[in-house]
Design a protein around this ligand. Structure first.
Ligand code: SF4
Length: 344
């Protein structure tokens, strides 16, 4: 066997692999090529750890210094679950190319030491590329030495990465039921990813009880509900906020009702729903009005409804059977404000 090229993902994983190759009397050099390691400072730490680990030894480290964020992400976005296959093949293909161009007779990879990698897939890809480039793929199951190698790395005090490499793996160390997931600092919780979307609601009557929280009269609600569009903010499987939007003219809309389920209040859902609707409606409309009690004026002004339009005196007294109170405030007048939908 001639000289082989050891594709190397990082310093810690290389320790047991290089020892093994030496014990087997295999002549080899290291190749650093890992476009999967992000963000940049993580890439630099791993690259430099490897270079420094071997700088005073007889083991040569070849470096193809390609951060590769754009290439990597372009190839895995929307195929995230199949990303490792792209990741393995890209790194091993470059290794085979480099080996071929520089007189090596074969190649292998330190990825074969990790119990977290898809070992069989790595083997398959390595063998396929070896055929393609007319090289030998030196398959060695380094996995039995994984713990030993990691311990030696810790003893040497070198940088030990906390995740495989890509940002997806960085996330999954927190966001999976992996019992070995790292402990976050006190008081810090990893956010659970939620599926949030805005949905048009056709079964409007199902939301009457919720709408009553913001407008406590069925008579009032039915005056606008049938001629309005109703949208809900869905978080995972649940509609948490609802907005009712009525068209007033070719250029103007009115927000008739905006409400969030009590248990979900204070999480910014109504704001999110309103922002999304304003963003969509601005293609066709210039202005959105809202009529509100005094109490809610600051909320709407913050959402861009900052132009005062007019006041309807005693609106809540004249149009509702019962008195309406918001905390200590007796609602009497209705204040109209508007938002310029085209304003940036
Ligand atoms: S999890 Fe690891 S092997 Fe898989 S794509 Fe990310 S960096 Fe590559």
């Amino acid at each position: 066997m001639g000289k082989i090229l050891l594709h190397t993902c990082c310093g810690p994983c290389s320790i047991y692999c290089t020892k093994t190759l030496k014990q087997m009397n295999i002549d080899f050099e290291i190749l650093w090529y890992n476009i999967n390691i992000h963000p940049y400072m993580e890439y630099v730490s791993r690259r430099d750890t490897l270079i420094n680990l071997y700088k005073d030894t007889d083991i040569k480290v070849n470096v193809i210094d390609d951060y590769g964020l754009i290439e990597f992400t372009r190839n895995v976005v929307q195929r995230e679950n199949a990303r490792c296959s792209f990741c393995y093949e890209t790194r091993l293909r470059k290794t085979a190319e480099y080996a071929k161009a520089n007189g090596f007779t074969g190649f292998t990879t330190t990825l074969l030491i990790s119990p977290y990698q898809n070992h069989e897939l790595l083997k398959q890809i390595g063998e396929k590329l070896a055929k393609e480039y007319d090289l030998e793929f030196i398959y060695i199951d380094f996995r039995p030495g994984f713990r030993q190698g990691q311990q030696e790395a810790r003893d040497l005090g070198i940088y030990m990465q906390k995740y495989c490499g890509c940002v997806y793996s960085e996330e999954s160390r927190y966001n999976t039921p992996n019992p070995q997931k790292p402990v976050l600092p006190k008081g810090c919780e990893y956010p659970i990813r939620r599926n949030v979307c805005v949905k048009k609601i056709e079964n409007k009557d199902d939301y009457i009880d919720l709408l009553l929280d913001a407008d406590p009269s069925k008579t009032s609600i039915y005056k606008y509900l049938n001629d309005s569009d109703v949208y809900g903010l869905q978080v995972d499987e649940e509609i948490v906020s609802v907005a009712v939007i009525c068209t007033i003219s070719k250029s103007t809309l009115e927000l008739k009702n905006l409400v969030t389920k009590e248990e979900h209040r204070g999480k910014g859902y109504a704001k999110k729903l309103l922002k999304s609707l304003c963003g969509n409606y601005k293609q066709k409309y210039n202005k959105m009005l809202v009529g509100t009690s005094e109490n809610n004026i600051p909320f709407y002004v913050k959402q861009g409804f900052d132009k005062y339009e007019n006041t309807i005196k005693n609106y809540f007294v004249d149009n509702y059977d019962e008195e309406i109170w918001e905390g200590d405030l007796h609602c009497t007048d209705m204040y109209y404000y508007s938002k310029d939908l085209k304003k940036k």
